[in-house]
Every structure is written in C-alpha cells, then in structure tokens.
Ligand binder design. Structure first.
Ligand code: FMN
Length: 363
C-alpha cells in the first residue's frame, strides 16, 4: 500500500504529484463581483501549495454567469478571468504543486438574487420549501450551450497554465442534478436510467477533451450518495465504470466522512472508498475526501484503496498539513479555531466570517 507522502503519476498525462495529498475545493467568498480572483484568494491557495500539498484545487468556479452559486465566487466564464488564473497557476507551479480548477454550474442552487435569472435544472424542482420557488427545466439547446461553456471554461484554465480541471459533479449542483433520479425526471435523451442521466456529464467530458491539450488532467468529483437529488450508491458505482470507459484521469469521491459505510447497503460494513476501489479495481485513480485530520486516518483511507487523500477543513486550520504526512503520530488541533489563528493560516476576514457559518469552526 502506498503512503500519503509518496509521489503519484497520472498515467495518461504524465503529470507527477510530489505526494498523494490534495487540497479539496473550498468556496471562500474572496473573489470580486465579476468573478476575478482577489489577492486574498490567491494567497490562501499559494500558502497551501507552499505548505506541501501535492495538488491544489481551487474553489468551485462557475462556467457561466447564470451558474454562480454564491457571492464572492471565482468565475471562469470570460477571458477577463485569465490574468488572475494565470497568476494563481504560476504561483502553484512555482511552489511545486499541481493545480486543478474545480469547474461547475450551480443549476437550481444558483440563486436568482445573484444571477438575476430564474434557476435552471434538469427538471422543474422545488428549491426552497418556504418560498415555493422552483427551478426551470432546461431545453435541449440550453443544455448544449452549458456543455459547451464547460469546455470553454476548461480551455481558459489550460491557457492560464492550470494542470487540469475537476468537474464538480458532487453536492447537488447542476451535474449532480442531472445524475439524481429525483431532480432529473426528463423523458428525453437527458433523462431515464443512470446511463441517460449521465449523458450530460459524459458530453461535458467529451467537449472539454476537444478543447484542451492532450496532457491536460480531466477528473470528476461525485457524491457517492446524495439523498436530496436522489443519487444512490449502486448508480454511482455504475457511473464510476462509465467514467473509467470515458478515460477520466481521476475519480474524486466526496464522502463527508471517509470512515462511514453506505446508507443504501446498511448491512455491508465496507466504506465508500472500499466500494469504489473494489468495484473499479484500480482502473482509475481514486481520491477520497471527508473527515481526514490525522496521518493515521489518511493512511487508513489509502488502506481502503484510495490513491490520494483530499482534505478541506484540516487544511483551513493548518496550511502545512500536507508536510506532516511522514509523521505517523501527526494529529493536528481541531476546531474551534480563533480568528487570530485563522489569520495566521492565511484567511482574510471575509473567509473567516464565512467560516462562522460552519458550526463550531471559529471560536
Ligand atoms: C469552507 C468550505 C467550502 C467548501 N467548498 C466546496 C467547493 O467549492 N466544492 C466542493 O466540491 N466541495 C466543497 N467543500 C467540501 C470539501 O471539499 C470537503 O469535501 C468536505 O469539507 C469534507 O472534507 P473535510 O472533512 O476534509 O473538510 C467545502 C468545504 C468547506 C469546509
């Protein structure tokens, strides 16, 4: 079994990560209103590259203005984003890490208050129980436009010097809304069984591939299970096989707690990482994220078959988390963190304020 501090090479593209640690995508609200990167956002990510991460992933970044999920979210929908993206990609490379941009569309969770447009989705879905608001079902022509926007966004990331992209198919956003049986009730080619519900994602992969250089990393992040949109483990495993067929460079599973089993197969004690590694049998590198803080936990998740481990909250609290992976006893302090501590870890006041929304994170 490899350990987190060992290097990893992506076979198809030839990129080598200096170790098997990944900074998971984290929304941090520090970008300008037009989606351009701020110094604060660049600094926070560069500090993690400096801190030893093998791969640094940006926050979820929207591929069309209508896909924006939060205020202060970085964008990749226009060429005006390229200078900031270039500075970020250059800085990450100079510090020895690989860079990935996590590209996405919020779909029904891209609020009208931000975009000025009624939210769209695979089907007309309730957005909030209280307001009675619903999303509008996308037409086939609009679906094609969004697919193409993903490809254009990936091309901008490549021009800016990123090593690759992660397609955000997790956490209930547009790609996930197409994958889910509750939020995708279409009867045309974009809906039906998992094969058809995956078409949107597969077509995005195809479009991206046609618009980026051969050696550009293309990976996908999914939620193995997502109750709200109706993503179930057996479908996610089938999707995993399709992604292997499609030749993606990695599959990132967002588990929230890597030590958990599945809620669908409750009698089976396998963790989600074990389900994927056993089903896909090393055919695609697997990144696992969720609840990893200590070296022991990182090693255990790799023992379950992950090729790389991703962390989010541990890396907010400890910019140099990745550099401790050779210390088997490393078990860093957990929240609550003081705002002084978070400032020292490179968070701006805007980001610290946002982290107050995460229960018990800021003291
Ligand atoms: C502040 C914050 C912002 C996040 N933003 C994103 C995001 O933009 N995209 C995404 O895929 N996941 C996002 N996540 C989820 C994390 O990537 C990760 O999967 C989750 O926090 C579990 O990992 P952890 O236990 O190491 O924190 C976010 C998490 C946090 C704490």
């Amino acid at each position: 079994m490899p350990s987190p501090e060992e290097g990893f090479t992506f076979e198809r593209t030839g990129h080598t990560s200096r170790n098997r640690t990944v900074l998971a995508a984290m929304t941090n609200k520090q970008s300008a209103d037009d989606g351009t990167l701020s110094e604060d956002e660049i600094n926070w990510l560069l500090m993690r590259a400096e801190g030893g991460f093998g791969i640094v992933t940006t926050a979820a970044t929207h591929v069309t203005p209508g896909g924006q999920g939060w205020t202060g979210e970085m964008g990749v929908w226009g060429d005006h984003h390229i200078p900031g993206l270039t500075r970020l990609a250059d800085g990450i490379r100079d510090r020895g890490a690989l860079s990935l941009a996590q590209i996405f569309h919020g779909g029904m969770f891209a609020p009208e208050a931000i975009t000025g447009e009624r939210p769209v989705s695979a089907s007309e879905n309730p957005i909030s129980k209280d307001s009675g608001e619903t999303s509008r079902e996308l037409s086939s022509a609009e679906i094609e436009d969004i697919i193409s926007s993903f490809g254009d966004a990936a091309s901008r990331c490549a021009k800016a010097g990123f090593d690759g992209i992660e397609l955000h198919g997790a956490h209930g956003y547009l790609i996930c809304q197409f994958l889910g049986e509750k939020t995708n009730r279409r009867t045309d080619e974009w809906g039906g069984g998992i094969l058809d519900r995956s078409r949107f994602l597969m077509r995005i992969i195809e479009d991206v591939r046609g618009k980026v250089p051969e050696d550009f990393i293309i990976g996908v992040r999914i939620s193995p299970e997502h109750r709200k949109v109706g993503v179930r483990l057996h479908d996610s495993l089938a999707l995993g096989k399709m992604l292997v067929e499609a030749g993606v460079d990695f599959l990132h599973i967002s588990c929230w707690d890597c030590s958990w089993g599945s809620s669908e197969f409750t009698d089976d004690e396998r963790t989600l990482t074990q389900w994927f590694s056993e089903t896909l049998d090393n055919a695609v590198p697997i990144i696992s994220a969720g609840g990893i803080w200590s070296t022991a936990q990182a090693r255990s998740v790799m023992g379950h078959g992950a090729d790389m481990v991703a962390v989010a909250r541990a890396a907010i609290g400890h910019a140099d988390w990745a550099s401790h992976m050779s210390d088997g006893m490393y078990d860093p302090l957990k929240p609550p963190f003081s705002s002084e501590h978070l400032e020292k870890q490179g968070l701006s006041q805007t980001f610290i304020e946002y982290m107050r929304a995460w229960d018990g994170f800021v003291s």
